[in-house]
Design a protein around this ligand. Structure first.
Ligand code: ZN
Length: 628
């Protein structure tokens, strides 16, 4: 059905002045104010039939003047909503209203929002002002807003392509592993059909120098022929190489969640800075990062979106980090259903609900297996928390400091919730310092509370107790402040990088490792070859660079207590991975394992085959598998 035919199904007098595609959505502009306000029931059947979102927007001619509309909005919105900036995007007949309490602008059953539409005749979009100000959130929003003219053309072009490029029942589906096969890092999988080429993730391997980037130089990968990119979550090993595509000519869309987009920018900016510092060059510049933001298409969990003529994407909660998604891809009209888990946690954490597994159909599943090894049983959440509580109490009692290397994203916030609770219960009376990127990432968590677990949302919204702004936390933002923490009294220090590969942790380790009163606690995955793994395995004499003294090198003796509390992990352990397969609503015909160390993956794969009697594959990089 083309747009004119769809338009023909709208009621007489709907006064449509423009009809167009915007990505996967269909947009109608109307000059009939009543139709703009009351059209939802008229289009419901069409939405059902077409399985596409339809948005009715006011024709610019009937929108109220911007200054009058803004004044009206401020009058209608209750004061407690704390309205901030109001921005207009005439290209979309849209007004963006920033507020501290967005729910109050929507009102009971959408009453307030309806009134705004009625009085101003603009399409309102409400966005949350984060509790902690974040330059990155502001910057991402600014790029999107300032590029709205470009984005309108871009979304329209994407929409036309999807519509013109119809899939068929016949055909084939295959995946090629450009990275992340039998390794933890540089996730990049090319999904191809006769009609489409979609890249699942585009990451780097931060633990490797020689094999840092995915194999984008193979013949079947052509940047210009790529239709879409899907980014599962913001960790560098899944999103760290995305800007490279935009730097070198890709102009298509990247599908991701809003928090993934914001956190990803932080990580990528930090990555090019680190690479410049370490090797004198970076694989891309901020131009590539801006390109990725400009071409991003934001998805919410549960929304079904056509991403190419023959692929329909739905994101589901992965329970791994803020905004992390499991992708369900419906290919052709029922030809094949692929689930790409990327990193996921099938177990409860304080931050997120456990990963979702309700897929109506799933013939193939590509599953991460970071902790698929036979010995990979992590401590339970409770065991870990008890262990950490005791370690912290003992260390503080003897006048020491607890140093916790942590990823800035996910683990750090999980720890924050734990320490906020300790502080509320008065179990800890020393400051918890946050160093590295952790503060900024936490700020992004306060911008998107709806992505947090139900329990945490309840605590934030109904008990006004937001753990992220607990006064126990102190930010360390400079070398001078870091020195003060090092020279100061007992404290907990949560700092990047998580695998002790660089960042402020190096300085803390250099200065605090020799004092046996202190404790180093590993809470996350330590990849092969990283300093974190070596220390965990028992190395005690470490050669380190002193960045504050002309980069001189010296050997540091680790006398501090070294411990591991593994239950804070954001990945599923072996048993949880097995549980996930067994509880999938639709039993897959084929399990493909990636994102795990080679030995573990082979053992785990054999195990899955033995238990479930389903085809199990664990490809190498550059292998291509035919799914259909
Ligand atoms: Zn991850």
């Amino acid at each position: 059905m083309n747009l004119d035919e769809i338009k023909g199904k709208l009621p007489a007098g709907s006064m449509i002045t423009n009809a167009l595609f915007e990505g996967s959505d269909i947009i109608f502009y109307t000059k009939n104010k009543n139709f703009f306000l009351e059209s939802s029931s008229d289009v419901r059947d069409l939405v059902q039939m077409l399985r596409k979102r339809i948005d009715i927007r006011p024709d610019p001619a009937i929108c109220e003047k911007q200054d009058v509309a803004a004044a009206n909005i401020r009058k209608i919105a209750p004061a407690e909503a704390e309205v901030g900036e109001i921005l207009f995007e005439p290209e979309f007949s849209r007004v963006i209203i920033y507020a501290k309490k967005p729910g109050l602008i929507i009102g009971k059953q959408g009453e307030t929002l309806k009134k705004i539409k009625q009085e101003t005749c603009w399409s309102p979009m409400i966005k949350r002002i984060p509790l902690i100000q974040s330059k990155i959130v502001d910057k991402a929003r600014e790029i999107i807003h300032s590029e709205s003219k470009y984005r309108q053309r871009f979304l329209n072009k994407i929409g036309e392509q999807i519509r013109l490029d119809k899939g068929s029942k016949e055909g084939w589906v295959r995946v090629s592993f450009l990275g992340s096969a039998r390794e933890v890092g540089r996730s990049a999988i090319l999904l191809q059909t006769k009609k489409s080429r979609v890249l699942l993730d585009c990451g780097v391997n931060v633990a490797s120098v020689a094999e840092r980037h995915p194999y984008l130089d193979i013949p079947e990968f052509d940047i210009e022929a790529l239709d879409a990119v899907i980014i599962s979550h913001a960790h560098l090993d899944h999103a760290g190489f995305l800007p490279y595509l935009y730097e070198y000519g890709y102009e298509g869309p990247t599908y991701l969640t809003a928090p993934t987009r914001d956190i990803m920018i932080l990580q990528q900016l930090d990555y090019i800075k680190t690479m410049q510092g370490e090797t004198g060059s970076a694989p891309y510049t901020s131009k590539g990062i801006k390109g990725a933001v400009k071409h991003s298409i934001i998805m919410d969990y549960g929304h079904v979106v056509d991403i190419t003529g023959d692929m329909r994407l739905t994101f589901h909660n992965a329970g791994h980090i803020l905004g992390s998604a499991i992708s369900h891809i419906h290919i052709g009209e029922g030809l094949h259903n692929l689930v790409y888990t990327a990193d996921f946690k099938y177990g409860k954490s304080r931050l997120f609900d456990q990963a979702s597994m309700n897929f109506a159909r799933c013939e193939s599943i590509i599953m991460e297996s970071t902790y698929g090894g036979a010995a990979d049983r992590t401590l339970s959440k409770q065991e870990s928390e008890e262990k950490l509580t005791n370690l912290v109490k003992e260390t503080i009692k003897r006048g020491g400091k607890v140093v916790i290397p942590s990823f800035a994203v996910g683990r750090a916030q999980e720890l924050m919730i734990f320490f906020a609770e300790m502080a509320d219960k008065k179990e800890i009376d020393v400051p918890v310092y946050l160093d590295g990127m952790i503060w900024d990432v936490t700020a992004i968590h306060t911008a998107y509370p709806e992505f947090l677990s139900r329990g945490l949302q309840k605590q934030i919204f109904h008990q006004s107790n937001n753990p992220f702004i607990n006064p126990v936390f102190k930010r360390v933002a400079s070398q001078v402040e870091r020195k003060k923490v090092i020279d100061g009294g007992p404290a907990v220090i949560i700092t990047t990088s998580g695998m002790v590969t660089g960042g402020p942790i190096m300085e803390y380790l250099r200065c605090l490792a020799e004092d046996e009163k202190n404790t180093l606690v590993f809470v996350g995955y330590q990849a092969e070859g990283t300093l974190g793994r070596n220390i965990q395995m028992g190395w005690r004499d470490i050669s380190m660079t002193n960045r504050t003294a002309g980069d001189s090198r010296s050997t540091v003796r680790i006398n501090m207590q070294v411990e591991t509390a593994s239950g804070f992990g954001a990945h599923s352990d072996r048993q949880q991975l097995l549980n996930y397969i067994s509880r999938l609503k639709s039993k897959p015909e084929r399990v493909i394992l990636n994102h795990g160390e080679s030995k573990k993956i082979v053992d785990f794969g054999r195990n899955i085959h033995k238990i479930f009697r389903i085809e199990t594959q664990y490809p190498h990089n550059l292998d291509a598998l035919r799914l259909k």
